[in-house]
Design a protein. Structure first.
Length: 261
């Protein structure tokens, strides 16, 4: 059974990550790069994992500017051996691993009757299977008080206005995986597992969406606007930090009200 919070900590201290080490996948750009910087701002040293070494270097520069230590590990997250290597590198460099943010993901927009099986499988491999592989690799070396944050999507909770069967299935599956790993690890190993389900956020990806399609999505959001990187950062930090010590197996919709429509 895991212990509760140290009552001597101030409220703001509950959001600090000083002395902790975080692995972030998909950290070469977009939300993942933002998450890496946010956790570093809160005091964590970070291990960056993604395919593109050049882009990882850019994220690493931002982290170092905050005075935090950083390790870049070019990684294929669908490869179990590569995932184990990320966890091993964290232990070799820092001697501990406390936080995993499973952010790596891809998407396709293809009608189901025209989507090739291998394309569907690729999305599921990157978005769901890879999260399982990385979580199990990290959990083997994590100690009590550690946290896994899976980045799902509001489209794992509600329908899409685009044909995205593979993406929706993978993100819904990630929510189920979150619940199950939380049940397995929270008491026995002291590792909390939660997820966030972002809505539509201002990124390069949403900038490429047709304006009319984006308007259809935003019509179902109570706040009628896109989310921001910092709003996603705050949610990830909350679930990674001691502030959420009594939360596990939950999915936090950070979607401007889309899931509650």
């Amino acid at each position: 059974m895991t212990a509760g919070l140290d009552e001597r900590l101030s409220l703001l201290d509950l959001f600090r990550l000083d002395g902790r080490v975080a692995v972030i996948t998909g950290a070469s750009g977009g939300l993942g790069a933002g998450f890496a910087v946010a956790l570093a701002e809160a005091g964590a040293d970070v291990v960056l994992a993604a395919r593109r070494a050049d882009a990882l270097a850019c994220t690493a520069t931002r982290v170092r500017a905050l005075g935090r230590r950083v390790v870049e590990v070019p990684t294929d997250v669908t490869d179990a051996t590569a995932c184990a290597a990320v966890a091993s590198r964290a232990m070799d460099e820092f001697g501990r691993l406390d936080i995993l943010v499973n952010n790596a993901g891809i998407s396709t927009v293809t009608p189901a009757l025209r989507e090739a099986p291998e394309d569907f499988r690729r999305v599921v491999d990157v978005n769901l299977t890879a999260a399982y592989l990385m979580a199990t690799a990290c959990a083997r070396v994590m100690g009590p008080g550690s946290s896994v944050v899976n980045v799902s999507s509001v489209l794992g909770l509600v329908k899409s206005h685009l044909p995205q069967a593979a993406y929706a299935a993978s993100k819904a599956g990630l929510i189920g995986l979150t619940r199950d790993l939380a049940h397995q690890w929270s008491d026995r190993r002291g590792i909390r597992v939660n997820a966030i389900a972002p809505g539509f956020v201002t990124t390069d990806m949403t900038a490429e969406l047709d304006g009319k399609v984006l308007d259809r999505f935003l019509e179902t959001a109570s706040m009628r606007r896109l989310g921001t990187q910092r709003e996603m950062d705050a949610a990830v930090l909350f679930l990674a930090a001691p502030a959420s010590a009594y939360i596990t197996g939950s999915t936090l919709a950070v979607d401007g009200g889309m899931a509650g429509h």
